[in-house]
Design a protein around this ligand. Structure first.
Ligand code: ZN
Length: 415
C-alpha cells in the first residue's frame, strides 16, 4: 500500500512524499504518480501528528456532567460513583468517541489509564490509531483489593492484543494517595521485567504533597523513587508540585513529566513550571487528561494553554516558545513511548496531519508553527494519517455520525 502526497509544503518547501506501508519512504519533488493513492496537496502543509501522553479515554461519557469543583470533591462525589456503574460496552462506546475527537484534532496516539481496558484495546484497534493502554491499578490500601488488582493486571496483560503494530500494553498505578507501596513495587518490578512503560499520577495538588509528607516523611517523588518506580520509561502525569530535590531526581532518572495544563487550571491544582524543568534537564510531554476534567481532547488548544502558562509561570514571555511546545506535543510524546515518529523524515513512522493553508486561522503564512500553536483549531486539519493509513480525509472520518449518535444514547443512562 502506497500513498503519494503530491506538492505538499514541508518546512516551507514544496515537495512530494511517498508513504510505503507504514513509513515515509521518500521525500523529494517530482516523484512518479504510480502510488496506490495520490493526494493532491496543493495548499496543504504536512506536519507531525500529536501524541497525547495522559488520558482516560472512556471518561468522554462524563463531559460536562460535573464542572467547577475541587479535585477531591469532584472525584469522590461526582466521578467515582458514576464510574462504578460503567460496563465494558460503555467503555468501548465512550473510548471510540474520544478517539473520534482525537483524530479530528490531529492526534494519532494516546497513553491511557483506566479499567475495562480490554474494551479500550478493541476501540483503539477499530479506530486505527496508536495507543499505550494500561489497566489502572488502585488498591486503596486494602490487602484484599491489592490481590484483585494484581489479578486484573495479569488478566489484562494476558488478553490478546488486537493490533500489535499500533497498541503497546503498559502498566499504570493511579496515585500515591490511592495505592499501597506493595502495589507500586509490583508494577515497578513488572515494568522492568516486561521492559514496558509505567504511568502514574503524581504531585497534582498541594494537598497530595502535604498528605504524603505527613504520612511518609518525604515527598511523593522521593517516595516513588524509594519504591523503584522512576525510570526513563515512567511517565508522571501532572507533576505540578515539585521541590528542587524532586526535580534533580526526575532529571537524573530521565523520567517523563506529562503536563496537563487545562486540567490543572480547571481544577485549580497549580501551575507546571515548564521552563524551570527544561532548564534542569527534565523530559516533558503533553497530555489532555480526560474529557471530564479538560473538557476537550484537542492537543491544539492544549499546546496554546501550555505555552501561555509557561510564560506566566516563569514571568517571562520568552518561556514556552511555540517551537518548544510543538516539539513537546509531537516528537517528545512519541519518544517517551519508543516510537520513531513525531517528525517527517524518511524512515520514520508515517504519522502526520495535512493542514489547509487556505483556512483563515493559518493566514498570513509568516510562521506555520506559530499559527498552529497560537491560532489553529480543528477546522485547519483536513487529513490525518496514522501508520501509513488515512484515518480522516476532507475533515471526515468514516462512521463518525454513528459514533456521535452512540455516545448521545449512552449519556441518557447517566442523566
Ligand atoms: Zn489523569
Amino acid at each position: 500500500m502506497t500513498i503519494l502526497l503530491q506538492n505538499v509544503k514541508l518546512n516551507n518547501q514544496t515537495t512530494d512524499i511517498l508513504i510505503s506501508d507504514n513509513i515515509f519512504k521518500k521525500i523529494s519533488p517530482n516523484q512518479p504518480t504510480t502510488a496506490d493513492t495520490v493526494i493532491d496537496c496543493n495548499n496543504f502543509a504536512i506536519l507531525p501528528a500529536f501524541y497525547n501522553t495522559h488520558s482516560h479515554a472512556p471518561m468522554s461519557i462524563f463531559r460536562g456532567i460535573s464542572d467547577d469543583k475541587n479535585l477531591f470533591d469532584w472525584l469522590n462525589n461526582d466521578i467515582w460513583p458514576r464510574e462504578a456503574k460503567l460496563t465494558p460496552e460503555m467503555v468501548y462506546t465512550a473510548t471510540k468517541f474520544s478517539i473520534l475527537e482525537m483524530i479530528k484534532t490531529g492526534t494519532v496516539f494516546f497513553s491511557d489509564m483506566y479499567f475495562f481496558s480490554e474494551a479500550i484495546l478493541q476501540a483503539v484497534s477499530d479506530m486505527g490509531i496508536r495507543a499505550a493502554v494500561s489497566f489502572c491499578s488502585c488498591d486503596l490500601f486494602d490487602k484484599q483489593k491489592l490481590q484483585t488488582e494484581i489479578k486484573k493486571t495479569e488478566q489484562f496483560l494476558n488478553t490478546p492484543n488486537p493490533a500489535p503494530e499500533l497498541i503497546k500494553k503498559v502498566l499504570s498505578v493511579h496515585a500515591i494517595y490511592t495505592a499501597s507501596d506493595d502495589l507500586f513495587r509490583y508494577n515497578a518490578k513488572l515494568a522492568e521485567e516486561l521492559n514496558t512503560n509505567l504511568h502514574i499520577h503524581a504531585c497534582e495538588t498541594q494537598k497530595e504533597v502535604d498528605d504524603c509528607i505527613s504520612k511518609y516523611n518525604h515527598t511523593p517523588i522521593q517516595h516513588l523513587d524509594y519504591l523503584g518506580t522512576l525510570s526513563d520509561k515512567t511517565t508522571l502525569a501532572h507533576s505540578v508540585w515539585l521541590n528542587d530535590t524532586d526535580i534533580n531526581i526526575l532529571a537524573d532518572k530521565k523520567t517523563w513529566l506529562c503536563t496537563n495544563p487545562t486540567s490543572n487550571l480547571k481544577l485549580a491544582s497549580g501551575i507546571f513550571m515548564l521552563n524551570k524543568l527544561l532548564d534542569k534537564g527534565c523530559r516533558i510531554t503533553l497530555g489532555t487528561d480526560s474529557m471530564a476534567s479538560n473538557n476537550s481532547l484537542s492537543m491544539l488548544s492544549e499546546m496554546k494553554i501550555c505555552a501561555l502558562l509557561a510564560k506566566i509561570a516563569a514571568n517571562d514571555p520568552t518561556a514556552g516558545s511555540a517551537q518548544t511546545i510543538f516539539e513537546i506535543a509531537t516528537r517528545n510524546g512519541a519518544q517517551a513511548f519508543g516510537l520513531n515518529a513525531g517528525h517527517i523524515t524518511e524512515g520514520a513512522l508515517a504519522d502526520c496531519i495535512l493542514v489547509d493553508l487556505n483556512n483563515h486561522l493559518l493566514a498570513p503564512e509568516y510562521n506555520l508553527i506559530s499559527n498552529i500553536v497560537y491560532a489553529a483549531d480543528s477546522s485547519c486539519i483536513d487529513t490525518v494519517i496514522c501508520n501509513g493509513k488515512i484515518l480522516m480525509q476532507n475533515h471526515h472520518i468514516p462512521g463518525e455520525e454513528k459514533i456521535i449518535e452512540d455516545i448521545k444514547k449512552l449519556s441518557n443512562f447517566f442523566r
